[in-house]
Each structure stands twice: as structure tokens, then as C-alpha cells.
Design a binder for this molecule. Structure first.
Ligand code: PMT
Length: 408
């Protein structure tokens, strides 16, 4: 993705604060350089206690700077600030956030911040108690009001062995947010594209009353349909759940895997993109009773048979220019299963989620997914389902452009 990254040619000041997460920021810097950005490291004195200046100088696009006074340039802060296309503060400690929010300019990094009109991304990392302290909460709110993008710390293991919110966000997430700053408006990203999305869990009848089902609410699929419509696509949504507020979306209700197969295989032929977010049953009853099974006759014996695999069928019949996004709902290792599904079903992308995770997977409004495509793997972080959908669609559109699948 690096050749077409929106970071190509962008000048980024990477402001390093004094926190243990500084070691992860080295990787962040490298990733932005690899993506084509010109990265100028500007470090606080405190940061040098964690990672040496030489490391940043060696991996950045130019030598790391620390002081207003240590180079031949008499006004480095105005030059850095004016030339910057973006400033990324990482790790942004409680102290750095406070100084920035208060407009203090007592070192090269804070003077550069004040001398710049470029967008700023603050990537916070600190101990949980500090992050939740009212002064930090207020400072973060102040920065947000001024339009600063704040990437909140994630939960996990912290320095000293504590567990809680405080870890620097994953590098992938930070890079993606910075890229977003430079992306041309997403409006009409899918203009003239025809997109088919499936949503909800299928119901496989046992008799006229009972069925085999699953926990899917359809929220993730519906979020994809809405995001695609907002990005300008013509959208068909094949759904097992009722869809309210379906403006701009053609909703086709279905119930069973077979019904979904019939509708999808028919409509997909003319689609540029298919997103299989539905939880399609793998098995159905082979001996569906035409009348209600009576309790007094004892427990029925239900023989199961496989349902048609819609995604695998689409993969086998994919036409040039068509992009296929499948999902993997897992309860264990995401990578092995996602890569297997990517290959076996001939999909272009697999959106993998662990459905045992809290606030992810079935029926909740948020999700945490990892996107697998080609040899790549991108963790998209924890976010609401609409946001996840838009991020995936961006990757898909980028991929389709790069591979020439979509001509315009
Ligand atoms: O609907 P929500 O409550 O918002 O929950 C979202 C979700 C957890 C359902 C969603 O994020 C998700 O993971 N959807 C896929 C569920 C699933 O069926 O996963 P799977 O790993 O069993 O199937 C792999 C892929 O094959 C999926 O794209 C599925 O649509 C497809 N499939 C599966 C079986 C089958 N017979 N035909 C298929 O096309």
C-alpha cells in the first residue's frame, strides 16, 4: 500500500514525549517514512531518557532535533512548523498535553506546535490514573475543541505490570489516522459502483414454528450498506432482519441460507463489490417437517445437511473487476482461520472478528476487526460498526484502484 499512501511526500513533525511508549514510536516513525513521508523527529529532553537521539536520527528523514539552540538554523521552530503538513505527538504524556493545551512554548517541540497551522494528532499514553485525572480530561477536551485529533490510549498491560487503559494505540491505527488527514474527501469514493451487502443471521426451519438460528443482529451488515450508500454507491442489502432508515438502499428481505444464496448469486453478477457480513448457517435440517412437531411424540431426530456456501460460490464465479469481502467470525486464532477462508473462498478480503470479545461481534454497536488481504494484515482497532465499515470500504477502494480492478 505504501506507493499509493496519502503520506507520500508529506512533511510530518514527529514530536516525541517522555514516556516508556517512546520505543514504539520508533516503529511508527519508520512506518511513516516507509509510506513515503518526510519525517522530522523533534524530541523533548525527557524522551531521551527512554530512547536515544541516534535511533530517531538514523530512522527519521533528517537528524532528530531537541533544542531551539543546537543547530545552525536560528529559528528552527518556525521553519518546522510552517513546513509541516502534520504534527504527530507520540507518546503524548500528561505533561506534553498540558503544555500544549496551555500554550506554553518552552522547548523546540512546543514552540513548533504554536508556530504551525498544520493538523495535529495527539497519541496519548500514560498510566490509567493519569489519563483519568480531571486535569488531563479537561486538557484533552480543550485540544479536541480546537480541532486536534486525539487518539486515546488502549487498554492492556502497562509499564510496571499494571493492567488498564494507558497503552499507546497500535501503530497501524495511528498510521491510518494520520493517512486520513490527507485523504481526499471520501464523499463519492464509491460513485458509480454497485455494492451488494448481506446482513443478519439466517434462519433454517425445523418445522413451521422452529428454526436453527444464530446471534447476528444485522448491525454490522447494515452499517456497511449505509456507509457504502453515503460513499455514493448503489446498494442492495440482502437482509434477514428488518431495516429501518434505509434511504438510498434497496433492501431485499430473505430468511434462509438458500434464499440468500438465490438472491445473492442472481444480483452479484452485476456488482462491483460484495460484502458478506451475514452470519449464514453452515447446516440446515434435511428433514423439515411440514407441520408443527409435537412434544408428545418425543424429541425429534434432526438430520443436518450443509447449506450452500454463498461466499465460496461467489469466489468461484468472480468476474474481473469484482471485489469480494468475506467475514470470519471466530472464537480463537483469527489469523489462521481468516487466511484459510481468504484462500478457500477466493475472497479478496476477510474481515475477521473475535465474537467472544467484549463489545465486539454479535449484537453490540461496536466491533474490533482485523482485515486480511494478500499478504497483509491490518488491525482496525475498536470502533463503532459504522466506522469499521467505512474504514474497510476505504481499504477496499484503495486496493481496487491499485490492482486496476476498478478502472476509474
Ligand atoms: O450482525 P451483528 O450482530 O452486527 O454481528 C456481526 C457479525 C459478528 C455477524 C459479523 O461481524 C460477522 O462476523 N459476520 C460473518 C459471520 C459468519 O458467518 O462467519 P463465518 O466465519 O462462519 O463465515 C465466513 C464467511 O462465509 C462469511 O462472510 C459468511 O457470510 C460466509 N458464508 C458462511 C457460510 C455459508 N453457508 N455461506 C457463506 O457465504
Amino acid at each position: 500500500m505504501s506507493k499509493s499512501s496519502p503520506l507520500v511526500g508529506k512533511r510530518i513533525v514527529l514530536g516525541g514525549g517522555g514516556g516508556i511508549a517512546a520505543y514504539k514510536v520508533v516503529e511508527l516513525m519508520r512506518r511513516m517514512v516507509d509510506a513515503g513521508a518526510f519525517v522530522s523527529p523533534v524530541l523533548t529532553r525527557a524522551s531521551l531518557r527512554f530512547v536515544g537521539r541516534t535511533t530517531f536520527s538514523a530512522l527519521g528523514s533528517e537528524p532528530a532535533r531537541i533544542s531551539l539552540w543546537d543547530g545552525s538554523d536560528p529559528i528552527p521552530h518556525t521553519r518546522l512548523g510552517q513546513l509541516a503538513d502534520a504534527i504527530v505527538l507520540a507518546p503524548a504524556t500528561a505533561d506534553l498535553i498540558a503544555r500544549y493545551a496551555a500554550g506554553i512554548a518552552d522547548d523546540l517541540l512546543t514552540t513548533t506546535l504554536l508556530a504551525s497551522k498544520a493538523p495535529v494528532v495527539v497519541v496519548a499514553a500514560m498510566h490509567t490514573e493519569m489519563w483519568q485525572h480531571p486535569s488531563v480530561v479537561e486538557n484533552v477536551a480543550t485540544l479536541r475543541r480546537r480541532g486536534v485529533v486525539v487518539i486515546e490510549p488502549e487498554a492492556g498491560r502497562l509499564a510496571g505490570g499494571d493492567i488498564g487503559v494507558g497503552r499507546l494505540a497500535e501503530t497501524d491505527v495511528i498510521v491510518q489516522v494520520v493517512e486520513t488527514l490527507f485523504e481526499v474527501s471520501t464523499k463519492n469514493l464509491l460513485a458509480n459502483k454497485s455494492v451488494l451487502v448481506t446482513a443478519g443471521g439466517t434462519r433454517e426451519p425445523i418445522d413451521p414454528v422452529r428454526y436453527i438460528g444464530n446471534r447476528s443482529s444485522g448491525k454490522q451488515g447494515i452499517a456497511f450498506a449505509r456507509a457504502a450508500a453515503e460513499l455514493g454507491a448503489r446498494v442492495n442489502l440482502i437482509s434477514t432482519v428488518p431495516v429501518f432508515d434505509s434511504a438510498g438502499i434497496n433492501v431485499v428481505p430473505v430468511e434462509s441460507a438458500q434464499e440468500m444464496f438465490d438472491v445473492v448469486s442472481n444480483l452479484a453478477v452485476s456488482c462491483d463489490l460484495v460484502v458478506m457480513a451475514a452470519a449464514v448457517a453452515d447446516f440446515r435440517s434435511a428433514n423439515v417437517s411440514p407441520v408443527k412437531i409435537k412434544k408428545r411424540h418425543g424429541a425429534p431426530e434432526i438430520r443436518l445437511e450443509p447449506t450452500p456456501d454463498i461466499l465460496a460460490h461467489l469466489g468461484a464465479t468472480k468476474r474481473p473487476g469484482q471485489v469480494l469481502v468475506g467475514f470470519a467470525a471466530e472464537t480463537g486464532d483469527l489469523e489462521i482461520e481468516a487466511r484459510r477462508k481468504l484462500k478457500d473462498k477466493n475472497a479478496d478480503f476477510i474481515v475477521a472478528n473475535n465474537v467472544l470479545e467484549e463489545d465486539a461481534g454479535f449484537a453490540v454497536d461496536t466491533n474490533r476487526v482485523t482485515l486480511f488481504y494478500g499478504e497483509s494484515e491490518v488491525a482496525l482497532g475498536h470502533s463503532d460498526k459504522r466506522d469499521i465499515a467505512e474504514k474497510v470500504l476505504r481499504y477496499v477502494a484503495e486496493y481496487a484502484k491499485n490492482t486496476g480492478a476498478w478502472q476509474e
